[in-house]
Write a protein that binds this ligand. Sequence first.
Ligand code: B12
Ligand code: SF4
Ligand code: SF4
Length: 277
Amino acid sequence: MTISLRVNKTIITKNKVLPQETKQMIRLAKGTEYQGEEASKISSTETRDLEGFAKGQGVDLFGVADLKLFRPYRGFDTSLLKFPLAISIGIRLSDPILDGITVEDPTPEYASHYKTVNALLDDIALRITNVIQSKGHTALLIPASQITKSDLLQGAISHKAIAAIAGLGWIGKNQLLISPEFGPRLRLASVLTTMPLKAGESLRSRCDECEICVKACPTHAIKSGEIGEEGWIREQVFDQDVCYRRLNRFRDDPRYGVDICGVCVKVCPFGKRSSVR
Ligand code: B12
Ligand code: SF4
Ligand code: SF4
């Protein structure tokens, strides 16, 4: 029996002797995994292609995290670490909307923006997942904003950790991902995958002596701690319960209807740098 495969409009037949480059294309089309130098060349090209695709769909930030660097925390489902890599995507938020937030009023505009950006992230994460699956690899998208363990106030996996490992930014004192370009004024989603891709390198924190978010938080949830080499326990640096109670108050208000506050997002000087005044 003769098996044919269409690669870039060329029909290639299994019985024929094929040049090295063509063999590589067939393996790529089939999604075969690689080793060594060949693997790293291919993964760089594939990573650039996937980044180009994601940016064409509307993401502002794209990175790849090596999940060997992920630190499982209490309640985390370690079976997710069967995926060697995770793609982090980020969409920046609108500066005028963020600038409009006050301690008294997170604004209906931010509430609507929150929903739109979450939906867009989930949509693009699904498209990325489908591209990866069409190449024969496995991909699992983690939605932008889904609490899967309500008793622990946790999602399936931390988008911030994935983005930080991928080198898109650092985790600031406000416990948010701070990108050099947009500060914390962004939202994130992730796609866990087996596709061979080139992973990024993490950045060092640039919070230094700043404590603006610590002082601005109306519930005093932020405790001025920063991640160290040895990691940290969220509960030691952040009081998620008082923050969540405030978000719930706004969610129950028909003007907003979602879990928002955003003061610690608004005040960070790294985000304000991107704002046009
Ligand atoms: C549950 C949840 C909450 C809870 C708990 C918050 C918290 N800090 O954990 C509540 C309801 C209080 C909350 C509040 C808010 N949230 Co919220 N929330 C989530 C959600 C759904 C899950 C977070 C989670 O699982 N936390 C569990 C803990 C254990 O993990 P973690 O805090 O993320 O940190 C761990 C990792 O960093 C990890 N880690 C593991 N390996 C490694 C390796 C390295 C190198 C590093 C650095 C770290 C690391 O260590 C930490 C554990 O100690 C995420 C979406 C998601 N799936 O990530 C959004 C998310 C974190 N929320 C977000 C936002 C914006 C908010 C609010 C501003 C609300 C708003 N929209 O107005 C506030 C801000 C509160 C704050 N300052 O942190 C954004 C953050 C965007 C950003 N720039 O970072 C996210 C990512 C949603 C999104 N799609 O963008 N949130
Ligand atoms: S979202 Fe509001 S309450 Fe929660 S940490 Fe940020 S500023 Fe504080
Ligand atoms: S406001 Fe200052 S301390 Fe807080 S996250 Fe931003 S830079 Fe870091």
